[in-house]
Design a protein around this ligand. Structure first.
Ligand code: HEM
Length: 102
């Protein structure tokens, strides 16, 4: 997750979901830099503090997966407090087979 922090490939987490902001960088009203600053990180609080409900609705188009948690020890029980490198993500991308074309 934390590797996705470049202009060519920038992901961030919002409310337990993973978003790919790469395609939106150049169109973002807040500028590319503000998305790059949270690349590879959980941006839930910052995102909610800044954005309108319209912007929150736009997020859905960029979702690529969910943050999971391995819970390897008692310290890992609270997923929101676990560092991102202790978390696993399940990326779900649409495939042809899921639309019944294959
Ligand atoms: C794909 C994801 C994102 C979408 C769809 C999005 C959408 C928008 C929209 C529509 C605005 C205009 C103001 C509004 O309607 O709220 C905006 C402004 C802004 N966004 Fe985002 N945004 C995204 C990600 C982020 C992230 C991750 C950050 C950093 C935490 C961020 C920081 C900002 C800032 C600083 C502004 C400018 C606010 C201002 O000028 O008052 N955005 N964004």
């Amino acid at each position: 997750m934390e590797k996705h922090d470049s202009r060519e490939d920038v992901w961030f987490v919002h409310d337990g979901k993973v978003y790919d902001g790469t395609k939106f960088l150049s169109a973002h009203p807040g500028g590319a830099e503000s998305i790059l600053m949270v690349g590879g990180q959980d941006a839930t609080e910052e995102f909610n503090a800044i954005h309108s409900s319209k912007a929150k609705a736009m997020l859905a188009d960029y979702m690529i997966g969910l943050i999971g948690n391995k819970a390897e020890s008692k310290d890992d029980i609270a997923p929101e407090r676990a560092p991102i490198d202790k978390q696993v993500i399940a990326v779900s991308r649409p495939s042809f087979s899921s639309c019944g074309l294959l």
